[in-house]
Write a protein that binds this ligand. Structure first.
Ligand code: SAM
Length: 318
């Protein structure tokens, strides 16, 4: 029994491969106006590789948990897909995407440029109840840039010391942010944004051959706390999400934290897994799980093969 368990553990674990060096996020164009907790900028190179590995070019990318949306934005700017369906349940985050998609990018950029950043001004602005969606969008950007870790969920506090002791304004780069917002005008006509439940929208596209899915849910499987602390909406039926992925006609990729419960679900649904190193906000190297139907395209990258409780380095295939 023990030997059988060991054998199956070995074959499962040897499927898990990771890149030894994390992606340098500075090498990836920053296109999102958000500094998003759990943002996937580090995943962009792997995402490009995935698209290149697909037999036919997909038309539609569905991103059911869009957040800061870096994957959809990259896919559109780099013409990897024709259209992106971005879904996000958080009404404040949604207000930003809706404002941009509805033609108010210039207004928002101007609002960012003309705001004078002081702690008092931020507090005064955030005391107002926004009368319009675009005002709400501006408040969201302001919160995202002045609250610790960009976290919009309850309990978040203002940045105190910040970068080089610059305090509350240490993440406020008005020109850069305004430019990012304006640049989005090049692709907005190809974004279909929905403030809705990502699982419901995935269902809508499930039978389409020309749709693919990048799925980055809040990490709450197995009682993990990260997702609860970072997002207002964090309750996801993970088992249902995995079951739905099985029924998708198009290909999909999921990213998750390295939790045993998640690995168990992936095994039960016969999906493949790889581990990819990434740097967290404290610059510590962590690993995240990538889950999909077929992940051999990731083997072209330098890998670490899990062969038991420890990790050993395996050279990249030439
Ligand atoms: C891990 S974050 C996504 C980060 C994103 N990939 C990025 O690069 O910025 C998960 C997101 O899912 C959102 N969310 C949670 N439940 C949702 C649901 N049922 N439908 C749509 N979005 C949801 C959260 O508000 C959060 O923004």
């Amino acid at each position: 029994m023990a030997t059988q368990r060991q054998l199956s553990l070995f074959s499962e674990l040897s499927e898990e491969i990771a890149l030894p060096r994390p992606v340098n996020v500075a090498s990836v164009p920053q296109r999102s106006p958000f500094r998003y907790p759990g943002g996937k900028t580090w995943f962009v190179p792997a995402f490009r590789r995935w698209i290149a590995s697909l037999k036919s070019k997909p038309r539609i990318l569905v991103e059911p948990f869009a957040g800061g949306g870096i994957i959809s934005l990259t896919a559109l700017f780099e013409n990897l897909v024709e259209k992106a369906i971005m879904v996000e349940l958080d009404d404040e985050v949604a207000a930003v995407w809706e404002t941009i998609v509805n033609g108010d990018a210039e207004w928002l950029a101007n609002r960012i440029l003309t705001f004078t950043m002081t702690r008092e001004a931020v507090e005064e602005e955030l005391r107002q109840i926004p009368a319009t969606k675009r005002e709400k969008a501006f408040q969201t950007i302001l919160k995202n840039r002045t609250l610790h870790g960009g976290i919009l969920a309850e309990g978040s506090r203002f940045i105190r010391r910040g970068e080089n002791g610059k305090g509350i304004g240490s993440r406020w780069y008005p020109k850069t942010l305004a430019q990012r917002v304006i640049n989005l005008n090049h692709i907005v006509s190809r974004i279909d944004f929905r403030c809705d439940d990502g699982l419901k929208v995935m269902m809508e596209f499930a039978s389409r051959k020309d749709a693919i899915y990048f799925i980055d849910p809040p990490y709450t499987a197995g009682g993990k706390k990260a997702g609860k602390r970072l997002y207002k909406h964090h309750q996801i039926d993970h088992e249902y999400l995995f079951t739905m992925c099985e029924s998708l006609v198009g290909d999909f990729l999921m990213t998750y934290d390295e939790a045993e419960e998640v690995k168990e679900m992936a095994r039960r649904h016969r999906f493949q897994m790889r581990l990819i190193p990434m740097k967290n906000t404290h610059h510590a190297t962590m690993r995240e799980l990538v889950i999909g139907r077929e992940l051999s395209w990731l083997d072209e990258l330098p890998t670490i093969r899990e062969s038991g409780p420890r990790y050993s380095v395996k050279k990249a295939k030439k």
